[in-house]
Design a protein around this ligand. Structure first.
Ligand code: ASP
Length: 322
């Protein structure tokens, strides 16, 4: 856990808990993941250092991760069992618990901007599929052709998964199945926000929606307690209301951010088969990044400007001021 002074800001990001096994990671790939995380931290840091809102910082950081094909969101999203990409995203403002989410969309270049438009311009909190896309067109959200979102690596992961499924031997390789991107922030005015965006799980059933766009499960923000973004086996995160459970433990049981988030990830989600992790920040700017699997692409930046990132069960590596 890392802590902040009262006037400081804090931004934490994740690029998914489905990390490539260390034995299969190359130095080049590892460097590319760290660089992608640093670019996202830098985008959010620029907003917060300027006195900007946590909501704008998490949006900016997630957009960078969506644009980066290495991560499972936006460009580079995984495929459903029918060979299509269906993306989910959500954003929540801790200041007033305003929230917006989209599910099952493919077209908006940045699904997080679609979620943000739902939050800002619609009565509903969650819009799905074709109706969500029509709403995005009406509100001037930028679209891309399907080819923009395609990556050979995700297509191959689908073929491998389907082949294993046919032979009745699907393994649990996290890097082939999982991924998601997210950001949580505390701005200099003490406000919190969370944003999460994902392609979901490889070879998921068409129409399946995970935890990311479910407020209280994979995305949560409330200035009184914490902001949370999750990554992992979405069905379990939904059933255990992961994000809201962390906030409730803080609110009603007096647990610290670190106690609450570790307890949920290690003692609730893990025994239930919910492999994955969360990133969380509280109103004092404390940050917690627990995960119960082999790794989670993650990073933190504060007012000192140093960009800190990590992938496996290892301390954050510091890159100095940007
Ligand atoms: N939580 C995401 C989902 O279930 C996937 C992941 O983070 O790996 O859709």
């Amino acid at each position: 856990m890392t802590t902040a002074s009262d006037s400081d800001f804090a931004l934490a990001i994740h690029g998914g808990a489905g990390t490539i096994l260390r034995s299969r990671m190359t130095p080049e790939r590892e460097a590319a993941y760290h660089a992608g995380l640093r670019r996202a931290l830098d985008a959010g840091r620029a907003v917060l250092a300027d006195g900007g809102a946590a909501l704008d910082a998490v949006t900016a950081a997630v957009m960078v991760l969506e644009d980066e094909p290495l991560f499972n969101a936006g460009r580079g999203a995984v495929y459903t069992s029918a060979g299509k990409q269906e993306m989910d995203a959500a954003v929540m403002n801790g200041r007033d618990r305003a929230a917006g989410a989209v599910a099952g969309i493919c077209g908006p270049r940045n699904p997080i901007l679609a979620a943000r438009a739902v939050m800002e311009h619609s009565g509903p909190v969650l819009l799905i599929g074709e109706s969500a896309m029509a709403f995005c067109r009406e509100h001037g959200i930028a679209f891309e052709e399907p080819s923009y979102f395609h990556t050979e690596q995700r297509w191959q992961a689908l073929q491998d998964t389907l082949a294993m499924r046919r032979s009745g031997a699907e393994d649990q390789d996290e890097s082939r199945k999982h991924g998601t991107v997210g950001a949580v922030a505390r701005d200099r005015n003490g406000h919190l926000a969370a944003a999460t965006s994902t392609g979901g799980m490889t070879a998921k059933m068409p129409g399946r929606v995970g935890d990311s766009p479910v407020i209280g499960a994979g995305t949560w923000a409330d200035d009184e307690t914490c902001a949370v973004s999750g990554t992992g086996h979405g069905e379990i995160f939904i059933r255990y209301a992961a994000g809201h459970e962390i906030a409730s433990r803080m609110r009603y049981a007096g647990q610290s951010l670190e106690e609450a988030s570790r307890a949920v990830v290690m003692d609730m989600l893990a025994p239930a088969g919910g492999s994955g992790g969360i990133i969380a920040v509280d109103r004092a700017g404390n940050v917690s990044l627990p995960f119960n699997c082999s790794g989670m692409y993650r990073g933190v930046v504060r007012g000192d400007g140093a960009l800190r990132t990590a992938i496996y069960d290892e301390p954050l590596v510091e890159y100095g001021q940007s």
